[in-house]
Design a protein. Structure first.
Length: 172
């Protein structure tokens, strides 16, 4: 969704991630990220902006928009607990897949390797976003009910939740 500069200035933004990605990679990933999330979940964040300067990239999202997104995910879980089960199951599977791709990295990355990494990253992004965001919007009762399932999904490889951004920053 496009915004003019006046509207951009009125929003409350927060930094979602940062790294050393090129402008081209940031634009591609930002669009693909929200598109994949929308296809997988039926809803996604609507607003994001990437700022690239002096070799550093920062990806920002609108606070109110992420709040709306989290509430929509919680509503899905309220209607059907199978959603959270699927997100957790998919997160475990996609984490295994991206770990396998990363573990296969040796030396200088080829175009084929980079494409496998990007495909794995996109598959990982949607269940990761769902599990990460829905936790903040579940009731205490729901958190207790789903705690074991959520912990299994998150704790399988807790270090992977952030470190892959640092590991592959040199690919641009």
């Amino acid at each position: 969704m496009a915004m003019d500069i006046k509207e951009i200035k009125t929003k409350r933004w927060f930094q979602h991630f940062s790294g050393r990605w090129s402008l081209l990679s940031c634009c591609y990933f930002g669009e693909a990220y929200t598109k994949r999330i929308g296809e997988y979940l039926g809803t996604s964040p609507k607003y994001s902006i990437t700022i690239v300067r002096e070799g550093k990239s920062d990806y920002y999202m609108v606070t109110d928009d992420m709040d709306r997104f989290g509430k929509e995910l919680a509503k899905k879980v309220n209607k059907d607990k199978n959603h959270i089960e699927k997100w957790c199951r998919d997160l475990r599977k996609r984490t295994d897949e991206i770990k396998k791709v990363m573990d296969g990295f040796k030396g200088r990355p080829t175009e084929g390797y980079y494409n496998r990494f990007v495909d794995a990253l996109h598959s990982y992004a949607a269940p990761h976003a769902a599990v990460k965001k829905v936790i903040d919007y579940l009731t205490e009762e729901q958190l207790k009910k789903y705690a074991k399932m959520l912990e299994e999904a998150i704790r399988k490889y807790p270090d992977h939740w952030l470190w892959f951004h640092r590991r592959f920053k040199h690919l641009n």
